[in-house]
Design a protein around this ligand. Structure first.
Ligand code: ADP
Length: 546
């Protein structure tokens, strides 16, 4: 019997800092451009940014920050935040990105659970930390990510030592002897936003980040190259920034960062000024850009591809960007536990389709790139067919998927290594996955299931509807019935009947919401998605009372 023999290729440890080193060496002049917190546009090439990251590493050592320490960041997308990503992971510490929009109790829980020793914080968020500081016993200090000029007296009186980022860096040398790590050494930490229960930490490794960066750059995922000017709107604290802070420098693309300037005009202005050809965000943020373009009759001629995910992209959004602005919307699905999971892409069969048919495919969440196994199963765990009709629990497996949550004693996987995403979906014969719903959002009316996502998507196709949420609320006869909650577009006054008409053009009668309720503002989660939790509390008995 023969046995396998070893290959004779180089064996090497790895660190994500090698991505930045590569960018510095081969694309050193390519810029990272930031609409800065302090005001004005800041520009820096990868070579200089790498030098500063080395200075940061020396400064971290000066603060006695060591391999294995968890260090928080609470920051906008800026060049300094990028330096922290690489500098912290580069010395073997864990870069723990914190979402400033979380409730104070959640921030307290997450910082304490991770045992963050320091937090690198933008001036905008110092007060967010200050509010919970007395509940963070393990926090040793704050580093405010600005220069001396923008430090204020109240920061210094906060109750823990406070350092100025630029002062720390200014004292240090530009070279650092970076260590390399075994494949599964932790590099970064991101918590789910805790839509159910406490937030859970996903601890990425250097190797999973490398694998992920390679995959997201792929032409059928985000198609990245050194020719790109990529506007990274997705926050670096949301699901590991979708991996883009690693993959764009890896390919030597220009990275454009919006900082705190997330309104439609600022996004439009920076797209124009930096000739951005790609961008990415959740649908609610893209609505802001779309409204700005529509209301001011503007164009974004440089933009070719817009990657949207995090929640379902409405058909009307895909149509608007394609028809009016000549930009292709690439719909993706993922979660903190997988980062980028699936992405929509072009297959040859789509060339034969009409515009309407192609848009229907574009609405799907897409196909898994190599390295992500995916299946749908029924309640007994039996695999369901890829026929675009059967829907079941979406399960994933692979090197880029969480194995267990941070500090959890038990694995998050089933006995065969599959992770239950909590989503319900179909997969069609071309391998396109489509999310029907989150398992907990699906509406069960009598014995039938209604997809809240489908109803929402059709409702926002109404020209006067800004945003819509569909909930299953209690019903005497049917157990649950759909109720539609709508925010009107500014200056518009759509009737309930006109909204229900649009829905009935695409859905069976029994799927129509029993009523439409207008509200002024939609509650959003910390990552900008519709937050159904408070809506459920308010409207749970709406139909019973009616
Ligand atoms: P949070 O729980 O804070 O929203 P994640 O960003 O990790 O944290 O959310 C992941 C979930 O978001 C997925 O499980 C899925 O329900 C939803 N999601 C992500 N992308 C899409 C998409 N393109 N369409 C529909 N749902 C999506």
């Amino acid at each position: 019997m023969t046995s396998a023999i070893k290959g004779l290729m180089q064996k090497k440890k790895f660190s994500v800092i090698e991505i930045l080193q590569h960018a510095a060496t081969w694309n050193g002049d390519v810029e990272v451009v930031t609409n800065s917190v302090e005001g004005g546009v800041h520009r820096i090439g990868y070579a200089k940014l790498y030098d500063r990251t080395s200075q940061l590493a020396n400064a971290l050592t000066g603060l006695d920050i060591k391999a294995g320490d968890c260090i928080g960041t609470m920051a906008w997308n800026t060049w300094r935040h990028l330096e922290c990503w690489y500098g912290l992971s580069g010395i073997g510490a864990i870069c723990h990105t914190l979402n400033p929009r979380l409730f104070p109790d959640q921030i307290e829980y997450i910082v304490n659970h991770a045992e963050d020793r320091f937090i690198f914080v933008d001036t905008s968020f110092v007060s967010v930390i200050a509010n919970v500081l007395d509940r963070l016993p393990m926090l040793e200090g704050l580093v405010v990510m600005t220069d001396k000029e923008h430090m204020t007296d109240d920061m210094e009186k906060i109750g823990v030592p406070v350092y100025c980022y630029e002062e720390l860096l200014g004292r240090e040398e530009c070279d650092f002897d970076w260590p390399l790590f075994n494949a599964d050494t932790a590099s970064s930490l991101c918590y789910t936003s805790g839509t159910t229960g406490n937030p859970k930490g996903v601890l990425y490794s250097h190797q999973s980040n490398l694998n992920h960066a390679m995959v997201t750059a792929h032409v059928d995922v985000m198609d990245l190259s050194a020719r790109d000017s990529f506007l990274l709107i997705v926050p670096m604290f949301h699901a590991n920034g979708w991996g883009l802070p690693h993959s764009i420098p890896m390919v030597g693309g220009k990275l454009v960062l919006p900082g705190p300037h997330m309104d439609g005009k600022s996004i439009y202005d920076i797209i124009l000024a930096e000739s951005c050809n790609k961008t990415c965000a959740v649908p609610t943020v893209m609505t802001v850009l779309l409204d700005h373009l529509d209301n001011n009759t503007l164009q974004i001629p440089s933009m070719t591809k817009i990657f949207i995910g995090g929640s379902a992209v409405p058909q009307s959004m895909i149509e608007s960007f394609e028809e009016k602005y000549d930009a292709e919307v690439m719909h993706g699905w993922g979660m903190t536990e997988t980062v980028v999971g699936t992405f929509n892409c072009s297959l040859p069969f789509m060339d034969e389709l009409s515009f309407e048919e192609r848009i229907k495919v574009r609405c799907k969440q897409g196909r898994p790139p190599f390295g992500l196994e995916m299946k749908i199963v029924d309640d007994e765990g039996n695999s369901l067919p890829h026929d675009g009709e059967a829907f079941g629990k979406l399960m994933v497996r692979g090197l880029r998927v969480v194995e267990r949550y941070y500090k959890a004693e038990e694995s998050a996987l089933d006995s065969e290594g599959w992770f239950d995403t909590g989503d319900v979906s179909t997969i069609d014969k071309h391998g396109f996955m489509q999310i029907t719903d989150r398992a907990k959002d699906i509406i069960k009316s009598g014995g039938e299931w209604i997809s809240s996502v489908d109803i929402e998507n059709t409702a926002v196709g109404h020209p006067e509807v800004q945003i819509a949420a569909c909930l299953g609320v209690k019903h005497v006869k049917w157990e649950e019935r759909p109720l539609l909650i709508v925010v009107k577009k500014e200056g518009c006054d759509p009737s309930k009947a006109s909204i229900l008409d649009i829905i009935s053009s695409e859905h069976a009668k029994w799927q129509l919401p029993d009523d439409v309720v207008f509200i002024d503002e939609m509650p959003l989660t910390a990552t900008g998605k519709i937050d159904k939790k408070p809506l459920r509390i308010t409207y749970e008995n709406y139909l019973m009372e009616a």
